[in-house]
Design a protein around this ligand. Sequence first.
Ligand SMILES: Nc1ncnc2c1ncn2[C@@H]1O[C@H](COP(=O)(O)OP(=O)(O)O)[C@@H](O)[C@H]1O
Ligand SMILES: [Mg+2]
Length: 182
Amino acid sequence: MLVALSGTPGTGKSTVSALLQKEGYNIVNLNELAINRGFVTGIDTERHSKIIDIDGLNDYINDHYKTKDIVFIDGHASHLLRTADKVILLRCHPNKLKSRLEKKGWNKEKIKENVEAETIDVILCETVELHPEENIFEIDATNKNIKSVLSSIIEVVKSNFEPTKKYKIGKIDWSEEVLNDF
Ligand SMILES: Nc1ncnc2c1ncn2[C@@H]1O[C@H](COP(=O)(O)OP(=O)(O)O)[C@@H](O)[C@H]1O
Ligand SMILES: [Mg+2]
């Protein structure tokens, strides 16, 4: 079973993936896989980011990683993989996300782009276009330490991905932050 672990950069995907790995789960880092297997097709010079062949990656992952066991795919494009059976989205309040990305030393432009994307639910919107609602789980990591984020993910797994109110999509709303730009 393939579980896409997505969310705006800075929401904690890679940090929690390391903990999931310690718990014995298999993790694939989408970015690393794209680089190592030749699915980077170019560079977006304006945004200083890699352009990846998501359909090619989708087929590769489908052929090589789709098993009975759970495999988490860590990456902010993992929700774009059609072969993903479930999608877990990490969310973080824009103000907190901003300070996390500042700490990481990212440039202003890139921080703004990502904080805005989180504010207007870009990844969630892309996810609902590709996956049925009952397969999507949203975890608000704003006031959770990373162990607590881990516990939430494990809770979803242990419930066999049973849809629950707790992680139902659409409850998170950062829209009041949009006005702060004016
Ligand atoms: N729940 C959390 N509480 C506090 N700090 C966190 C949490 N999740 C992530 N961080 C910190 O935020 C930064 C970005 O986390 P990272 O796992 O690299 O995000 P992503 O992989 O989603 O881009 C790191 O410095 C990490 O230590
Ligand atoms: Mg990461």
